[in-house]
Ligand binder design. Structure first.
Ligand SMILES: Nc1ncnc2c1ncn2[C@@H]1O[C@H](COP(=O)(O)OS(=O)(=O)O)[C@@H](OP(=O)(O)O)[C@H]1O
Length: 271
């Protein structure tokens, strides 16, 4: 896919070390996928039909052997975790819109740790080891810091909007309205209510079209217990990291992110 038409949207969610979403890339990724489906597809919003979100909005880089991107009807919506330098060149003409969803990297790391433990080929079940791998970029998706810095430092090449997972969590309705505004989508109050209701963690967790429970085995060979939608909170890192680990993480974060003026939220009570 080298060209992208005017109506194309890529989301990139960079929730986890492996996360990124081209507007349409890594909040978390699956959350944004659901929100876009609810915004764009009336039947999804109304609960008619059983198409899963990943069928409506495919990944650019995974599970796409059966997908002919060029033939997809407009609006062409995609999600991805890939770094800015690997995206289709056509995105750089700014005709397609990109929404980059990012999450505080301590929660990204913890979420990724639990996801990774479910993988048949899990790198490690040990959090300390995982943290070292994460901070060295030895995880799928490579180094979180490089991913977000790459997109941010090259933002002028794209028609891109950065959105924080934590903001979505604290004000889902306001975030849905921001997304609609950026995308030029006008929804009735009732439709916005329907989007927000079905995009909450609890409702999404119980929505087989959106929760990826069916996909864990099919896509990742995962047979272990647990759900893809695990906790969906802000600050779970406090349940994982020691004071010493936290200090180490903060020092690395401050060094690597010193020139990136994006806001981060680390705690549910933080404004
Ligand atoms: N609706 C909603 N509300 C709040 N949080 C949500 C929601 N949907 C998904 N999630 C959380 O997103 C985390 C998974 O991120 P990704 O979808 O980016 O994963 S992946 O990159 O596609 O593997 C994972 O985070 P953790 O729960 O902390 O593990 C999901 O629970």
């Amino acid at each position: 896919m080298n060209t992208i038409s005017r109506s194309d949207i890529m989301g990139t969610v960079r929730n986890i070390g492996n996360g990124g979403k081209m507007e349409s890339d890594s909040i978390r990724t699956v959350w944004f996928q659901q929100i876009l489906c609810l915004i764009y597809f009336e039947e999804h919003r109304k609960g008619i039909g059983n198409l899963e979100t990943v069928e409506r909005i495919p990944f650019i880089e995974y599970f796409c052997r059966e997908v002919d991107f060029a033939e997809r009807p407009s609006p062409r919506l995609f999600i991805t975790h890939i770094p800015y330098y690997l995206v289709p060149r056509g995105l750089k003409n700014k005709k397609a819109k990109v929404i980059y969803i990012y999450r505080n990297p301590k929660d990204v790391m913890c979420s990724y740790f639990h996801f990774s433990k479910k993988l048949t080929a899990s790198a490690t079940d040990n959090f300390v080891e995982f943290m070292n791998l994460f901070l060295e970029g030895e995880v799928a998706g490579s180094l979180w810091f490089d991913h977000i810095k790459g997109w941010y430092e090259h933002k002028n090449l794209f028609n891109i909007h950065f959105l924080m997972y934590e903001e979505m969590k604290k004000d889902l309705r306001g975030s849905v309205l921001k997304i609609c505004k950026f995308l030029g989508k006008e929804l009735s109050e009732e439709d916005v209510d329907a989007v927000v209701r079905q995009a909450t963690f609890e409702n999404m967790k119980n929505d087989p079209r959106a929760n990826y429970d069916n996909k864990l085995k099919a896509y990742f060979g995962i047979q272990k217990k647990g759900h893809f939608l695990r906790k969906g909170t802000i600050g779970d890192w406090k349940n994982h990291m020691t004071a010493e680990q936290n200090e180490k993480f903060d020092m690395i974060f401050q060094t690597k992110m010193k020139d990136i003026p994006l806001k981060f939220i680390w705690d549910m009570n933080e404004e």
